[in-house]
Design a protein around this ligand. Structure first.
Ligand code: DGJ
Length: 532
């Protein structure tokens, strides 16, 4: 069998996604999701700047770093204190600078509304609000002392946030017909730290004693007509806080969406996904994995509940991906560890159907002092793995997003102590090994010195695949075919421009006799398999 593969166009795209350019939106099909941008699935190869870097003085370094990373999307904050310096007087100059800069650098934008909540506190409130703590109150602890976290029961605070967020979304509609901004995060890691599980203000106490709203009990399938304590027992305080925070943010989101219906998400500071412990040990009220259903019921205007993954234990990282990739929730990783070797989790996110993945704080890498001292290009060093991943994926961000939406993308990363992995794809058992030499040698793989490997196998047709990866060997074994052996009918190294594949060379001999070997150079292979 011979394929005329060089220089092919993958035709299927124009069939499924010929929709005219429309507003970005998230779609679901058979429990899988896509973020449509200009009517077609888009994969966010994102990077978030540091909290105080979305200023004209610091943006040049941010643009430089995004270019180095081969990212296609910047995630950057909009600060309420800057956006509404005086009541109802809005200053959109910094939003405009972000939009103009993103366009000039051919990037998309995810804006982060640092409004009522920022990491559980309310430090981004404008000065004129901070000056009126009685009007815009913080939560009260059980003993009546104020807690450094806004009260979700304050109507004044809610109305002020609604007003400002509406103004932001209205401005985006007017300023950005080209849809540079594709997604907006409402607040930042809302909830409450410090062991304070909920608000004990008089308004909160009154609501807590009342009957749980019927819309929540109906959604959760629990008995209605009882108060919070009687309905949820020892979880009552946390669930009440989650409902209250989500209800507040849901109203802010709905008001903004009425102005301009971009997809909206909320990011979550996670609890330990394997050994969570009580709500006093994590950010209570945020969209942690145990309250996702409450958030969905309370805030239907929020499209996605997104985990900020700072788990260094790979088992926990993978568990978080499992918990947030749900038929009713697109997987988006808006913040994560970008330092090598954790950049390999990009592959795991893809393998779980993610619509986007973004390391945090790319403009000043988080490095140890030793790393700073030894790195030859210090600013770039920490994110070298991200730059490599995005270099591979950026030539195919539309294609990968589409194949993932259709369930045809398979991806894994190397796990410490597990030098072999398997992916079942069509009639093939795709075997991925880490720590083997570039060719030859049938010895057992030992794993890479650091777990840096990762592989993507995308189905283009029956027995036809796009394979890419780093620091691994990929081979295919037919399963359930008796004595049949795998044959590499043809292996082409290709350059991708999404749906257009341009052949660079044919791999054969040492390059295929031992399997397909990937090192540190971003490489795509167009592979046609057969049996003999
Ligand atoms: C998570 C927050 O969402 C970010 O804004 C930032 O504060 C990081 N933590 C810092 O690690």
């Amino acid at each position: 069998m011979c394929l005329a593969m060089a220089g092919v166009m993958l035709a299927a795209t124009s069939v499924a996604f010929a929709a005219p350019a429309s507003l970005p939106r998230i779609v679901e099909q058979n429990g899988r999701h896509a973020l449509l941008v200009d009517g077609e699935p888009f994969l966010i190869l994102g990077a978030q700047c540091h909290n105080s870097s979305a200023w004209p003085a610091t943006l040049p370094a941010v643009w430089r770093e995004l270019a180095y990373l081969n990212a296609n999307t910047l995630e950057a904050p909009v600060y309420w204190e800057q956006f509404e310096p005086e009541p109802e007087k809005f200053d959109s100059s910094m939003v405009d600078e972000l939009i103009d800069g993103a366009r000039a650098h051919r990037l998309r934008l995810v804006l982060l509304w640092f409004g009522t909540w920022k990491n559980g506190s309310s430090h981004y409130l404008p000065l004129w609000m901070k000056d009126q703590p009685k009007r815009f109150p913080r939560m009260l602890a059980r003993d009546g002392k104020p807690v450094d976290s806004p009260s979700p029961h304050s109507q004044e605070l809610l109305q002020a946030d609604i007003h400002a967020f509406r103004a932001l979304m209205r401005h985006l509609r007017e300023k950005d017909p080209a849809q540079t901004v594709i997604l907006v995060q409402v607040e930042n890691e809302p909830g409450t730290w410090g062991g304070f599980v909920r608000d004990f203000s008089p308004a909160a106490e009154k609501l807590f004693a009342e009957t749980v709203p019927a819309e929540l009990t109906a959604k959760l399938g629990v008995a209605s007509g009882k108060n919070w304590r009687d309905t949820f027992g020892e979880n009552a305080d946390e669930f009440f806080h989650a409902w209250s925070v989500a209800r507040f943010i849901g109203q802010v989101a709905a008001a903004g969406k009425a102005e301009y219906p971009l997809p909206l998400y909320v990011n979550a500071a996670l609890r330990d996904p394997l050994n969570p412990g009580p709500a006093t040990t994590y950010e209570s009220g945020g969209a942690t994995d145990n309250v996702l259903a409450i958030w969905k019921a309370a805030a239907p205007a929020i499209d996605v509940l997104a985990p900020d993954i700072y788990q260094f234990d790979p088992e926990k990282y993978l568990k978080v991906l499992d918990l947030y990739a749900r038929p009713d929730n697109a997987l988006l990783v808006p913040e994560t560890i970008g330092n090598s070797p954790f950049s390999r989790h990009f592959f795991d996110a893809l393998g779980h159907g993610a619509i986007g993945w973004a390391p945090f704080g790319v403009d000043h890498p988080q490095m140890t002092e030793a790393e700073w001292l030894t790195a030859s290009r210090a600013p770039d060093y920490a994110h070298v793995g991200v730059a490599r991943n995005f270099r591979l994926a950026s030539s195919a961000d539309r294609l990968l997003a589409r194949l993932n939406f259709e369930g045809k993308l398979h991806a894994v990363s190397e796990q410490p102590g597990k030098p072999r992995q398997s992916l079942m794809v069509q009639r093939w058992d795709a075997k991925i090994s880490y720590g083997l030499p570039p060719f030859g040698n049938r010895t057992e793989p030992k794993g890479n010195p650091q777990p840096t490997g990762g592989a993507i196998i995308a189905e283009l047709g029956p027995d036809e695949f796009l394979v890419g990866g780093f620091f691994c060997r990929v081979d295919f074994v037919p399963h359930d075919l008796g004595r049949a052996q795998r044959e590499y009918v043809r292996v082409e190294e290709v350059q991708l421009n999404n749906y257009a594949l341009q052949m660079l060379r044919i791999w054969n001999g040492d390059e295929t006799d031992w399997g397909l070997n990937f090192a540190g150079t971003p490489t795509w292979l167009h592979v046609k398999l057969g049996t003999f």
